[in-house]
Design a protein around this ligand. Sequence first.
Ligand code: BF8
Length: 615
Amino acid sequence: MVKDVRERSTDLASQEMLALAARAGYEMAWDRFEKQLPQCGFGESGLCCRNCNMGPCRIDPFGEGPTKGVCGATADIMVARNLLRMIASGAAAHSDHGRDVANTFKLMTEGKAPSYHVKDRAKMERLMKEYGVESQIALAEAIMAEFGKQEGPIQFTRRAPPKRLALWQKLGIEPRGIDREIVEIMHRIHMGVDNDYVHLILHGLRASLADGWGGSMIATELQDVMFGTPKPIRTEANLGVLRSDQVNIIIHGHEPLLSEMIVAAAEDPELQELAKKHGSEGINLAGICCTGNEVLMRNGIPSVGNFLQQELAIATGAVEAMIVDVQCVMPALGALVNCYHTKFISTSPKAKFPGATHMEFHEEQAYETAKEIVKMAVMNYPNRNQTKVHIPTIKSEAIVGFSVEAIVEALGGTLDPLLDAIKSGAIRGIGAVVGCNNPKIKQDYGHITMVRELIKNNVLVVTTGCGAIACAKEGLLLPEAANLAGDGLKSVCKALGIPPVLHMGSCVDISRILVAASAIANALGVDISDLPAAGAAPEWMSEKAVSIGAYVVASGIYTVLGTVPPVLGSSEVANLLTSGAASVVGGSFAVEPEPEQAAKLMIGHIESKRKKLGM
Ligand code: BF8
């Protein structure tokens, strides 16, 4: 029986499309999720090991069956190894994205990628100074070298407060080359290598730090150099941004190397003309997931929605092309596009999908390929079956583009007004609400409920990824949303003309949150773990989120997860992550599926930190 769509999503546009999909008999992620129920208890608790071919082994969490794998691995070892495998994959995803950006920056510098240009020269010069190099090519080479560096720290870790850096060094978790840390995870979790769960988890934190302060931060910084550092810009979000009279092109995935070129190609007068010749009123570009966030932040390109809306967007029947690169793209799209005229176009040399047309994208001919792809979408417009088109009218306005630089500018050029507001208690602290959708939780419910509760209690919210898109759709990224905030936060937002919820970008841009936290900690002369701040991922699903959670905690920030990570099979590992970690790295995890309760945990943590700081 089809579930009530209101139990699947809080978003009215999604509900409308879910009902349509159910009537048409199209299978969505929620349906596939239900077919998986009950999900495997061994997998859920982290007690299944497939790391060698003596297995697969599983441990009975109730102690009635086997308590060890064939090699003798206990629940603690199995759970820790499995968790590290997730961190490795997540850190690799972000960092390989960072590598592609760094490689493009290098190719551009060498004159081999003529479609790309330096847009933020001042930022590039700051980076050169940071790396102690005199030329653009030396910067490109130094950053590329971060990935394979065998010894010595990653330069951007020097942005962390001195106390944090000293702690990482004392614990032996200061990250070295990014690739090295990820390879070392894969080595340690191989059969018969590292079998001490504490030792394993510490290395997991080290590799995750190489993601947050390395791969992700490199992606953010060089994307800003090449495509511009985001500034506040007004845009729109939700399925209602699709147009019935225009060629709709959706860009989905993560790397702006592609999406920025598509943005430029969609504005090409030649292609605009072609679109009119084929009977449309023009070309309408929209984003989904994080590449959507990248072009939303920098160009104000509207967002069609977050992770769980990728299939719903196609089900509108109004999408000429869904162009994808890497990460968070459901392979289900291939089958779904068969029901419509939509072209599903894969572009990354790393990522192919069943049912997709592969138009491989290379930096050297980036703009030419982007034009070809947009042309294919335009030519597809006459194939649209107007009787199948159903676009919800629902959309919201949003102000996005709050890079650290933009926040400082909004504050009048210094962090002081924010620090004063925190010290006076008008703003109690900062809550970072990030991450995915997951059909285990009603779509957007976790994000929206938590964010509303936080701002009501005078906690300024920063947000990224699919959580940020949920906030955009809910109207929480508008200055008017300050009316939903407590009196203190409301007055600060009104005085500065900012929303109470600041969209800081895609998931790699959580590195911006690290930079902001470091700047605030340095200004107060304390460590990040002393700040009245807390993080949350209320609807997380991806391995990238596991890496993010790990580096946020290792950076000293208390983090509440809304979906349960697969660690409950080991009470030792679970206790280490939820309480032991606090005395080691100053940050720890909590798990709380109910978002209002989770917000209360964050607020409680913020208040305890205020007390310790004598605020
Ligand atoms: O990197 S929030 S569903 S889109 S993983 Fe994916 Fe999660 Fe969305 Fe972006 Ni992040």
